[in-house]
Design a protein around this ligand. Structure first.
Ligand code: GTP
Length: 361
């Protein structure tokens, strides 16, 4: 029996994985694609955006959401059973696409394809790593060297590993194909600078392409035939290298996420501006979710990656669905203690119409 190819789409929070997948599904060229989505945070926003996008090949049957958690930590409990169930279906997919959370290490997931029940049926066609080119150009993953040097002098016992930078490097190291996405936000010279920087970190011979909104032909993304499950042991993550000896569990303690239930968004522009202000003053990496706008039949998608905020109406609220504003906020644990999370929640609620929310509660 021929193995089903599986493509793993990875990349940091907000790099454009869901957008790329949406375009891929729209241009799948007749392939039946099953999509497995894993998200960090308690709100399944990506799956909801994809099933809400109206693409024929994107029905609730085609999109499988893994329960919340880090895909690399819950491989045995969650991912393997999901794959087994998918492989037991009468109508098998032509291709499987897996979107990892922006905070996941791809290595343990790819290694899971060597589990006997999966290895005989599926092969990893390729790991596609999506990069936010503008964020890299702005140095968002790099350490502030002066700050690190100052901290080292202040306390030599401190652990100065940068969790963002390590995760970013691990995602690049795992790649068979790298997509320099958001090319529209940088000029040609910056794109080349980022390309050279990334090429220096990637495995030898890895192809790097640039894209806007993840627009790439399906034939570029699929059919790489890398068989990455056999190569992944050579592309170890920082964590695997550090903990090989002691076998320590990987975890995501460095990152924090919480969900904010808020009231109606009367003025989307003012709401986005207020959110931008909050992101500027707190250590927030990502905000995403849906908002209720009074008088509008459609729900408003809210997307924030760093300071960049996008809002658009995606689909009508469904019959029987509660019209509500729910957002997931993700940031570094160090910057988001309980008091700060509470203050951010109150501030977001303050940007919305509380009376509408209180009436709904
Ligand atoms: N300007 C620009 N914006 C983009 C591009 N690709 C994606 N975006 C925007 O970036 C934001 C995040 O995109 P997503 O596709 O949700 O990113 P993601 O990687 O799936 O995010 P997580 O799942 O939260 O990690 C959205 O507002 C997108 O519209 C691009 O090429 N250019």
């Amino acid at each position: 029996m021929q193995k089903i190819p599986a493509t793993v789409i990875t990349g940091f929070l907000g790099a454009g994985k869901t957008t790329l997948i949406r375009n891929l599904l729209q241009n799948a060229g007749g392939r039946k694609i099953a999509l497995i989505i894993n998200e960090f945070g308690d709100l399944g926003v990506d799956g909801d955006i994809l099933t809400g996008c109206g693409i024929e090949t994107c029905t609730e049957d085609d999109v499988i959401e893994l329960t919340n958690g880090c895909i690399c930590c819950t491989v045995a409990d969650d991912f393997i059973p999901t794959m087994t169930k998918l492989l037991a279906r009468d109508r098998l997919p032509d291709h499987i696409v897996i979107e990892t959370s922006g905070l996941a290490l791809p290595q343990p997931l790819v290694a899971a394809f060597n589990w006997p029940e999966v290895k005989t049926r599926v092969t990893v066609d390729g790991v596609v790593t999506v990069i936010d080119t503008a964020a890299v150009a702005e140095g968002r993953f790099a350490d502030d060297e002066d700050k690190v040097a100052a901290a080292r002098i202040a306390d030599t016992s401190l652990d100065h590993d940068n969790p963002l930078e390590e995760l970013f490097e691990d995602q690049i190291r795992a790649a068979d194909l790298i997509v320099l996405n958001k090319a529209d936000l940088v000029d040609a010279a910056t794109l080349e600078r980022v390309r050279a920087e990334i090429a220096g970190q990637a495995a030898a011979g890895v192809k790097i392409v640039s894209a806007e909104a993840g627009h790439l032909p399906a034939d570029v993304l699929l059919g790489i035939a890398a068989g990455t499950e056999d190569l992944i042991a050579e592309r170890k993550s920082h964590h695997e290298i550090e903990h090989e000896a002691d076998g320590a569990e990987h975890d995501h303690d460095e990152f924090e996420s919480f969900v904010v239930d808020a009231g109606s968004v009367v003025d989307p522009k003012a709401f986005a501006d207020g959110l931008a202000g909050l992101i500027a003053t707190h250590d927030i990496l990502r905000v995403k979710g849906f908002a209720e706008v009074p008088g509008k039949a459609m729900r408003l998608v809210v997307q924030a990656v760093g300071q960049r905020i996008e809002t658009y109406f995606d689909r009508p609220w469904k019959f029987g669905e509660t019209r509500a504003t729910r957002l997931v906020v993700i940031g570094l644990h160090d910057g988001l203690d309980a008091a700060t999370c509470g203050a951010i929640t109150a501030a977001i609620r303050g940007l919305t119409d509380d009376a509408a929310r209180d009436a709904a509660e």
